[in-house]
Ligand binder design. Structure first.
Ligand SMILES: [Zn+2]
Ligand SMILES: [Zn+2]
Ligand SMILES: [Zn+2]
Length: 148
């Protein structure tokens, strides 16, 4: 099912069905199942093991595009680490699946929780600041159970 969505998104992006695309789909499905966060660099190295000629620029561009298409969520840590996670709203749309993240500053583990600011509060902020809200994200940083 996640493979299906990824195929659709890649098609939207105008990418023909190629070996790299198939490989990325497989690897992303695997990462979605474990829920682990990964760097773009790490993702590229994983793909290279199967497909040595896959280009860094190709993989990094795909990662950016998958963030824009709400397939990947992106979490930035204060130490400069940027991790991606295959848990974007595009994969499980609907208010029931809307989520935000808990991010451990020590081991960089990311988990999600299903809570959001009340819709009315977001609307009030938009109205008060005369700001047309399109999207939002919320990440809570701290120390996970394993690292405590
Ligand atoms: Zn997420
Ligand atoms: Zn931790
Ligand atoms: Zn929210």
């Amino acid at each position: 099912m996640i493979e299906q969505t990824l195929e659709t998104v890649f098609a939207e992006l105008g990418q023909r069905s190629t070996a790299p695309r198939k490989l990325m789909t497989e690897e992303l499905a695997r990462l979605a199942a474990t829920g682990e966060g990964f760097t773009a660099e790490h993702f590229w190295h994983r793909l290279q093991q199967e497909h040595p000629t896959i280009g860094r620029a190709t993989v990094f561009r795909a990662v950016r595009q998958l963030v824009e298409r709400n397939v990947l969520d992106c979490i930035d840590f204060a130490d400069g680490t940027r991790l991606y996670r295959v848990c974007g709203d595009r994969l499980s749309p609907g208010p029931d699946h809307h989520h935000h993240h808990l991010a451990c500053n020590i081991c960089h583990h990311i988990s999600d929780f299903h809570f959001c600011l009340p819709h009315a509060t977001l609307e009030q902020i938009g109205a008060r600041e005369n700001f047309r809200i399109q999207d939002h994200s919320l990440t809570i940083y701290g120390v996970c159970q394993n690292c405590q």
